[in-house]
Design a protein around this ligand. Structure first.
Ligand SMILES: NC(=O)c1ccc[n+]([C@@H]2O[C@H](COP(=O)([O-])OP(=O)(O)OC[C@H]3O[C@@H](n4cnc5c(N)ncnc54)[C@H](O)[C@@H]3O)[C@@H](O)[C@H]2O)c1
Ligand SMILES: [Zn+2]
Length: 285
């Protein structure tokens, strides 16, 4: 009988195309925190622990009205963190893989860190379902659109957990916010993400009769949109297989699925590198 890793390798080898679905766990091996549970969130943000807010309470657009310095301390710090971090080598291994498949691929991610773009994946093949921290929108009017924030700097006093400057809308001067979908967020401008979705929908329709390998990395269970997307396609498309890489939330219960209880980078190495897989198979036996 083939081991999970051998099965996954075979699926990938025979695949015509690749769908990469990724959650916060994909960034952990690049040094980025996931927000697993309130304690996990507080470990990443001790200052927010002192305030007593959960991720769900902190990730709300109302903070940009009630306390913009606090809101921008949280998002400004994340912006700087994601800008400074370098995507781990697993990203480039996956990039080599999709090149081998003649660039017949798509990325579906809840991550807002822009690391797939940074690692060299095609912008037109990435669907960021929760938006991107590298893009801003205006708090006052949706008519002022979405802009690229590459030129904007946000300095944060981490001691006081206060932003030292507040980004503003180039159109009207009002406070700006990241173009990220927050909790209970009716003001999120989905235009950019909708365009990506349209491209994704067109691509996924074209995959119905192909051998599609879905590689899921580090997608959590609290907000399961990424997991559900892969499960749904594996269930619906006869020739699609879901390969789930996750050190904790690794269970799979649907057909056409393979579970690899490994970290993101080690899981990617296990399925794409010859010499790593034997050792790792021992580990998950
Ligand atoms: N980098 C980012 O952009 C980022 C980071 C944190 C949270 N978020 C936001 O938070 C929300 C929740 O996202 P989520 O459900 O993906 O996050 P989550 O924090 O709830 O779950 C993270 C998952 O990653 C797994 N994980 C932990 N370490 C790992 C590793 N080394 N390798 C692979 N997997 C590992 C965990 O077992 C868990 O299943 C999303 O809306 C997202 O936009 C984004
Ligand atoms: Zn404006």
């Amino acid at each position: 009988m083939l081991t999970n890793i051998e099965q996954a390798k075979q699926i990938i080898k025979e695949a015509d195309s690749i769908l990469i679905t990724a959650g916060a766990g994909m960034g952990v091996d690049s040094g980025l925190p996931d927000f697993r549970g309130t304690q996990g969130f507080w470990n990443a943000y001790p200052a927010i622990k002192e305030l007593g807010y959960s991720f769900e309470q902190m990730a709300k657009s109302e903070w940009f009205v009630k306390d913009p310095k606090l809101a921008w301390a949280f998002y400004g710090h994340r912006l700087n963190l994601y800008r400074d971090a370098v995507p781990h080598v697993g990203f480039s291994m996956l990039l080599d893989l999709v090149k081998e498949k003649n660039d017949d691929y798509f990325i579906f991610t809840s991550n807002v860190d822009g690391h797939f773009q940074k690692a060299g994946f095609d912008t037109n093949r990435i669907y960021e379902i929760h938006g991107s921290i590298h893009h801003f929108q205006c708090m006052k009017s949706k008519k002022h659109g979405i802009w690229d924030a590459a030129e904007v700097k946000v300095d944060v006093d981490m001691q006081k957990f206060e932003a030292l400057n507040i980004p503003t809308c180039p159109e009207c001067g009002s406070i700006a916010r990241p173009n990220i979908m927050m909790f209970g967020d009716w003001d999120w401008l989905a235009k950019r993400s909708d365009k990506q979705e349209a491209l994704f929908n067109r691509w996924i329709k074209s995959q119905a009769s192909k051998k599609l390998a879905i590689i899921e990395i580090g997608a959590g269970v609290a907000i399961p949109s990424v997991r559900m997307q892969g499960e749904h396609i594996a269930k619906r498309y006869q020739h699609a297989t879901l390969i789930r890489i996750n050190p904790r939330d690794f269970t799979v219960d649907k057909r056409n699925s393979i579970s690899l209880p490994l970290g993101g980078l080690e899981g990617i190495k296990a399925i794409l590198e010859m010499d790593e897989s034997a050792n790792l198979q021992e580990k998950i036996k």
